[in-house]
Design a binder for this molecule. Sequence first.
Ligand SMILES: [Mn+2]
Length: 386
Amino acid sequence: MKFLHVTDTHLGYRQYGLEERARDFFDVFDEAIDLAIQHKVDFVLHSGDFFHTSRPSNSVILEGLQLLSKLKSANIPIFLIPGNHDRGNKVKDVSPLHILRDFGANLIEQGTVEYEGIYISGVKYLSKIALKKIGTIKPVLERFLENSKNRGIHLLMLHQEFTPHFPHGLYLSKEIPKGFSYVGIGHLHERVMPFYNQNCMVVYPGSTEFTAFSKNEEQTPKGVFLVEKKENSLEANFIELKRRRPFLSFEFEEESFLDTVKDIKTKLESIREYSDKSPVVILKGYIEKLSIKDLNAVLAKNGIYLDKNNVLHINFLLKTREDSKKQKDIFSLHTKQIDIEKELKRLIGDELLVNHVYEIISQAKSMESIEDFKEFLKENYTKLDI
Ligand SMILES: [Mn+2]
């Protein structure tokens, strides 16, 4: 018995508004599918956030289906659960994963399926409110175990926040009853190597591409787990995805920006040896005298500029010393992002109103198009009662 475990593919995410970034998410999922076929796995598990939004565009759905059809032609079933991004109840609609179900994907919202003697259980993402209502998911999981009655292999998929990775997260030991062989968890975008919790192997593959590029994500590779039954135990091996977009992140001081530029140049050259994709460069620092224009000019002078064969995108995460004192949000001018909250405060003034509008705008961030946002507002018009 062999399976591939993948999670958080976020198909349809156009990071930085770039078409290339949308492509990247499909590329790595395609690579994962090729790995499943190449390793002749019995099935694939996907622990949620297959799509980036509950309202993926038609082209995103179509491409998702085309990729899944590769698995279907190879007779490899895929089992998946809805994540917080694609569960659908935000817009009072079913999860878009139901469409995949009609094309042969096995959607598990809450339950157990038996496949060739293997039990596969899953629970869709449960919001904090849903969890508050039920208190714990343990009884639900205990019921799943009644299906297998401790016979054979029982796999579990979850998409929740667990400690120590999330503040105020759930505890594995409290939530997961004894009896499962494997629990594959989505939601956390960083890979965590397999470990055991009450004789159960716990695996976090992490997202297949970089979403919010953070310190922790910087340090973990992107990939999938190939899990195999060896005698009486499971063995999970991590396989890195090579088609991911390289990300380079640098922290700089204004005074020594030229040194950072030299570092970037060296790193850029080393990237070209293993990837044909131009990287995203993230620059974090404090500025006082220099402007973004100045920084860009220095970069360009040193051969670092936006071009298909050079750098895909430069994301400046800049703070002024004053901002850092006030603990203001970092902003990114390069992507034409502004500090929305600051801007709203300037325009509206009234703090309550600012918070209200800011919340609505934050919702908009997870939408794929303005049409989706309009639709969302129509269905959630009470949010506009001010
Ligand atoms: Mn996710």
